[in-house]
Design a protein around this ligand. Structure first.
Ligand code: NAD
Ligand code: MN
Length: 358
């Protein structure tokens, strides 16, 4: 029997609530399947850890994570710790050294969920956003001089490398090729940003030569927000920089009904290091502790983790269970306009897994 070691890193706020739900659902799935085992170990890293130890995770945290097959991550962010400390101290402290350069974000309108767009059916909104996850605007380079003085200057340096852009472009073309429509949109801002973004456009054209079966086009990121909203059916696979795709994927999640349902995989495609799976949303301290966080994004994330581990039938079973639950409005959490709790949605998904006879 295949057995996988999964590191659970719930982090902060509702991250703890949704990861607890996700672990329960995954255990139920493994029990129902019988063909594989999941061995979870949980780590209490995050803002509470930071307040005690002055760091978000222990110095040897990455060494510890290396021996796991995957990382199941909640969210970071606390009202009383600066966001750049929590983000760089934990989430990016895992993504960057583990070279999880491909951030994959599927979006579609799940059965029973009503997005905010009029006249858009589920078939018109079925996208995968590929976010460059290792460089670009989040390279962490820059500085501040004359801090606090009127002359203060701060720079936030965006770094693109030919190697970094080429590998994400190849990843995106491969993904586009694997999907029925074989359609890729490359998003840049090469009118205003004339170095890195122009290199993106050039590399896209070069890589495209190896994928004659993929239809591709280019969009400027500002125009892309309009196209996503007004002509969602013209899009399929989308590739964009770290910052642009970060923003576009929250828009995508909202157009598909809620940030609470959107999943992410941070992949190290070469599998030199573990990959990390998380819902897109943050720690949502406005609803922390209320028991109403939507766990669907964290469950959908789990399907991506199972696929990555090679357990495709289990991933499909979980997706069927999720869809059997979203179709029922009485099982919608408040972010979807309903009144259900995290507990009720979790129990319903577990029941759907147990009742799934396929
Ligand atoms: P957020 O994603 O936490 O919340 C945005 C809004 O969506 C809130 O109103 C929240 O209640 C709602 N929401 C989010 N997830 C939900 C869910 N599962 N169910 C129901 N409603 C949900 O973003 P924010 O408010 O901008 O940031 C809060 C904190 O999270 C900040 O500290 C931020 O830095 C951090 N953050 C972390 C990550 C991450 O860890 N990957 C991502 C985004 C934000
Ligand atoms: Mn984001």
């Amino acid at each position: 029997m295949n057995s996988y070691k999964i590191a659970a890193v719930p982090g902060d706020g509702i991250g703890k609530e949704v990861i607890a739900a996700g672990v329960e659902v995954l255990q139920a799935l493994a029990d129902r399947d019988g063909g594989f085992k999941l061995d979870f170990e949980s780590f209490d890293w995050g803002s509470d850890y930071y307040k005690k130890h002055g760091i978000m995770m222990p110095e040897d945290g990455r060494e510890t994570l290396k021996k796991f097959d995957a990382i199941y991550f909640g969210a970071v962010g606390a009202p009383d710790v600066p966001d750049h400390i929590t983000l760089w101290g934990l989430r990016l402290a895992i993504c960057q050294p583990f070279d999880q350069y491909a951030n994959v974000r599927p979006t579609r309108i799940l059965p029973g969920i009503q997005g905010p767009l009029r006249n858009v059916e589920a078939k018109d909104l079925d996208w995968v956003i590929v976010r460059e996850n290792s460089e670009g605007e989040y390279a962490g380079q820059g500085g501040r001089s004359h801090r606090g003085f009127p002359e203060e200057v701060a720079t936030e340096v965006t770094i693109f490398t030919r190697a970094g852009v080429t590998r994400i472009m190849r990843f995106a073309f491969e993904l586009a090729r694997s999907r029925p429509r074989k359609l890729l949109t490359v998003v840049t801002k090469s009118n205003a940003q004339r170095h890195g973004m122009v290199m993106w456009d050039e590399i896209a054209a070069e890589v495209a030569q190896d994928y004659p079966d993929v239809t591709w086009d280019k969009m400027l990121v500002d125009a892309m927000t309009m196209r996503m909203t007004l002509k969602p059916g013209t899009l399929d696979t989308i590739v964009a920089t770290n910052l642009h795709a970060d923003i576009l994927s929250d828009l995508a999640a909202a157009l598909a009904g809620s940030l609470g349902i959107a999943p992410t995989a941070n992949l190290n495609p070469e599998r030199h290091f573990p990959s990390m799976f998380e819902p897109i949303h943050g720690s949502a301290f406005d609803i922390t502790g209320k028991g109403i966080a939507n766990p669907v994004g964290t469950f959908w994330t789990a399907t991506m983790m199972l696929e990555h581990l090679g357990e495709k039938p289990a991933a499909e079973r979980l997706m069927r269970a999720i869809e059997r639950v979203t179709v029922d409005p009485s099982l919608h959490t408040p972010d979807l306009g309903g009144q259900a709790t995290t507990r009720q949605v979790t129990d319903a998904v577990i029941a759907a897994i147990q009742g799934d006879n396929a």
